[in-house]
Design a protein around this ligand. Structure first.
Ligand code: KIV
Ligand code: ZN
Length: 587
């Protein structure tokens, strides 16, 4: 073969800035040189409609990249997790590379840890003694994928192996022959052969096709041999659209494409491994290799959780179960001994959290809208700022809205709604969010949900200065009379007042007693649905949360506005208690 590496003749611009560190010099780099010439690409017009075949390489590629490779018990824990998540193809290691890898393979087989519908995969270089040892490790497996590879990129050919294209192709052919030969010695196993032109992303695509065709010629899928050709972006070296062109070009030129499973194995050097895999599937790939949370050499392998959840969020069955994301992340973290970024897509602690007031407001409004328009929205998830429902991956409402000094009334209202079932009217939201903002600024940190609830109770619900005692309200010819007692600072006071309703007659009674000018500025009430308590994580034993009705009142007291909240089993008592809660703010 022949595709010579392109030479870059582009003239290099002079730097526009003078970096502090002179080593920071972009002129040391050249543009990507391995893009195939493809002018009629079809992948941009395609969409994904189903999950690819997933293959986990956590126990091999992921493991190879760890500071301390996994012990056998850690590998076993991880393997069981992969089974629970639903992987059917699992690369369990490199049995010819280390005794622990060999032993783990034997353990899985000898102790019958592999379900019938799961296929073990192992990696091996295209060298005879390693291939022999690999087949030895797999003795007794029901079905197994032997994954053989050699590097085909220009830099490796020229600088690492000092071999030309034909010599490198020969290594692949020899490896393929050895795999076929050793497989025939273990006929009790159903063998699948996999070949990777390592560093496919930095290999001339024509040449990659040529090498893979040669391997396929040895394996002869036309005679029933199952073959996977895996295309690694061993180093991610271009934008994902170029990688997709490479994949489409490859699939269009491979001789027996229809008989082959084309697999992708993308690394994340440019931060686009998932995007490259996604576009690569549009470009014709059938199968994706990757790891949970993206562990792998350097910047990692593509993250299968992210790609699967991307599909999920588009209404496509990911065919993997990530409903218990926190537990999955915890097990992966324990086995890999790596921390998780709090903003890791779909998994990190903060990924469903809105701190900003406008985001919180939009989330609350979307949720309220959806609740009111269930039929119209057909119950599809469509909430501003939240690509998926956090509950679907086992997260709670406390993850969604967190309160700091950036937060606004929407977030505060959301928490109260979820905690008590309270739907604060806008003026009440504004009143309480001022209290919260002051508190958050004072403590200069996030307020925990429990603190916010406590502040709400302290501010409105548990004041002890004014307490409603026995009372009656009677309607006499359209005029409502209030008669009753209120405990004021420990003294029981008899009150009487008149008005056109229970609340106005009570306000009249209070005005007479206190000698203040009292008017109702705003008023709202609603019944409290008990349903919200089901997903309430807090202790809701207090009678405030067991109330059936809540009333919100803004009182104009001598020209100043004060807000209060009252709860009770009856609406009338809730409104009277709300008035006392507002009046208590003046004391
Ligand atoms: O990244 C890579 O190229 C690999 C191969 C061995 C498949 O891990
Ligand atoms: Zn890799």
């Amino acid at each position: 073969m022949s595709s010579p590496a392109q030479t870059n003749t582009q003239s290099v611009a002079e730097p526009k800035i003078t970096p502090k560190n002179p080593a920071f010099d972009f002129r040391k780099y050249r543009p990507f040189a391995f893009a195939p010439k493809l002018t009629d690409r079809t992948w941009p017009d395609k969409t994904m409609t189903k999950a690819p075949i997933w293959a986990s390489v956590d126990l091999r590629d992921g493991n190879q990249a760890l500071i301390d490779p996994m012990t056998i018990p850690q590998k076993m824990t991880f393997f069981k997790l992969l089974l629970e998540v639903g992987f059917k193809e699992i690369e369990i290691g490199f049995p010819s590379a280390a005794q622990v890898e060999f032993d783990f393979t034997r353990k899985l087989i000898e102790e019958n840890h592999v379900p019938d519908d799961v296929t073990l995969q192992v990696l091996v270089q295209a060298r005879e003694h390693l291939i022999a040892r690999t087949f030895e490790s797999l003795k007794g497996a029901k079905r197994a994928i032997v994954h053989v590879y050699n590097s085909t990129s220009r830099v490796q050919r020229e600088k690492v192996y000092g071999k030309n294209c034909d010599e490198i192709k020969q290594i692949a052919i020899e490896g393929a022959k050895l795999v076929k030969q050793y497989a025939s010695q273990y006929p009790e196993t159903e063998w699948v052969f996999q070949y990777s032109p390592e560093s496919f992303s930095q290999t001339e695509t024509d040449y990659a096709v040529e090498v893979c065709d040669a391997v396929i010629d040895v394996w002869q899928p036309q005679n029933g041999q199952e073959v996977i050709i895996n295309l690694p972006a061993t180093v991610e070296a271009s934008t994902p659209n170029i990688f997709a062109d490479q994949v489409e070009y490859f699939c269009r030129h491979l001789k027996q494409r229809d008989l082959i499973t084309v697999s992708l194995h993308t690394h994340n050097d440019r931060g686009c491994a998932v995007a490259a895999a996604e576009l690569g599937v549009l470009a014709g790939a059938d199968r994706i290799e990757g790891t949970l949370l993206g562990n792998g050499e350097r910047t990692g392998n593509m993250d299968i959780i992210v790609m699967a959840m991307n599909l999920y969020s588009q209404g496509i069955d990911p065919e993997l179960d990530f409903s218990n994301m926190s537990e999955i992340a915890q097990i992966v973290g324990e086995c890999n001994n790596l921390p998780l970024h709090p903003r890791h897509p779909y998994v990190g602690e903060l990924v469903f959290t809105a701190f900003s007031g406008s985001h919180q407001d939009a989330i609350k409004k979307s949720l309220d809208y959806n609740e009111k328009h269930l039929a119209e929205t057909e119950n599809f998830w469509d909430v501003a700022y939240l690509p998926i429902d956090p509950a679907h991956v086992g997260r709670t409402y406390q993850d969604v809205v967190r309160i700091n000094s950036q937060s606004g009334k929407g977030g505060v209202a959301y928490i109260l709604q979820r905690h008590y079932g309270f739907n604060l009217p806008r003026w009440m939201q504004i009143d309480f969010s001022r209290v919260v903002q002051n508190q958050a600024e004072e403590v200069a940190r996030e307020l925990k949900t429990e603190e916010l609830i406590q502040t709400f109770e302290d501010t409105y619900l548990t004041q002890t200065a004014l307490n409603l005692q026995d009372y009656s309200v009677n309607n006499k010819g359209g005029e409502v009379m209030f008669t009753g007692q209120v405990e004021m600072n420990g003294d029981i006071i008899d009150l009487e007042g008149k008005g056109n309703g229970p609340l106005s007659s009570f306000i009249d009674a209070l005005a007479q007693h206190t000698n203040k000018r009292l008017h109702i500025a705003n008023y709202a009430e609603h019944a409290i649905s008990q349903a919200h308590h089901l997903d309430d994580d807090f202790d809701s034993s207090s009678d405030k949360t067991n109330a059936n009705a809540v009333a919100y009142i803004q009182l104009n007291v001598d020209g100043e506005i004060y807000s209060g909240v009252g709860t009770c089993t009856s609406t009338v008592s809730a409104m009277l208690k709300g008035a006392l809660s507002a009046l208590a703010q003046t004391l």
